[in-house]
Ligand binder design. Sequence first.
Ligand code: KG4
Ligand code: ZN
Length: 358
Amino acid sequence: MSKKPLILGIESSCDETAASIITENGQGNTVVLSNIVSSQVEVHKEFGGVVPELAARSHVEKIDWIVQKAIDDSGRKIEEIDAVASTAGPGLIVCLSVGLSFGKAFASALNKPFIAVNHLEGHALSPKLNSELNYPYLLLLISGGHSQFLNVQGLGKYKRLGTTIDDALGEAFDKTAKLLGVEFPGGPQIEILAKKGDPNKYDLPKPIFNKGGCNLSFAGLKTAILRITKNIKTDQEKFDLAASFQKTVEEILYKKTKIAFGEFEKQNNLKDKIFVVAGGVAANKNIRSMLTDLCIEESFTSMFPPIEFCGDNAAMIAMVGLEKFKLNQFSNLDHTAKPRWPLDESAAFLKGAGIILE
Ligand code: KG4
Ligand code: ZN
């Protein structure tokens, strides 16, 4: 049996410093040998959001021992690594530069190929870390910076069907949390608070619900929450608002996903239709179960990465690295960080409106 590729992945696009070693088994299934993620929550907590300069400094301080730990935990030797894959964008340029420079230097020192990875492609391929996943599939990518429906036709081949025209869903969760006085990062906390509240207490707006195909919009929701929080006095009212927010988000996703299913079906004539939900917000259990039910109704197979691979991690970066390695898709060592790097470049400009929509 030929040696299976051993890939080191490095992620530093925002506030997680991460490294991972992955390979494949004899059946061609991915094996994650180590997955180290160091969060900077404590660094940014007092500022209520990510401070780029502090994030970059923290990446610099931690990256070497995080990579060392990923190698140690994998049980493999440094010289066995076949390629190094680093996130090159999109993200905060000062943060991206740390993992990218480290990865390039590491690959160069080992005399092994370097692979620049699009962070969003990492999310898109994250379910492959523990399951088989064949192209094409419909992807709903919901993270802190992006919310979009994509027809994934192959590695590097994305056709965007819809996107947010303002805030990303994770951003809406985080802003709502902040308005409710929940500590950063608040997204996961909203899910917990919502369990104690009445989802029908507040009637929140659903911007572009009845138009815009499968485009999304969450900014109006945030404005409504801001108005309501000014009059909130009790904890129960907070729980009710969190529950109403969670319910409204689910209603928006339910309707827009149904439209995206139709678009996907028009573009692909398939018997077996797969729907992947990835990104930090895909960790939300209610959203997972609502979308699972929708898939049953609409004869799609639903796929979610395990919770540990929803948020930012380096295993998903190594996953893209592995796929590219098998296709000999290597990057030059002069590859620069790309703060803006849409998966579907051709759709990133909204015709007529003069607005860049990623
Ligand atoms: O994918 P990710 O880790 O980073 C980006 O690439 O942006 O996503 C982070 C986002 C944050 O906005 C966070 O609040 C949100 O995902 N998030 C959640 C949950 N867990 C993380 N939002 C709702 N419910 C959750 N359980
Ligand atoms: Zn991410």
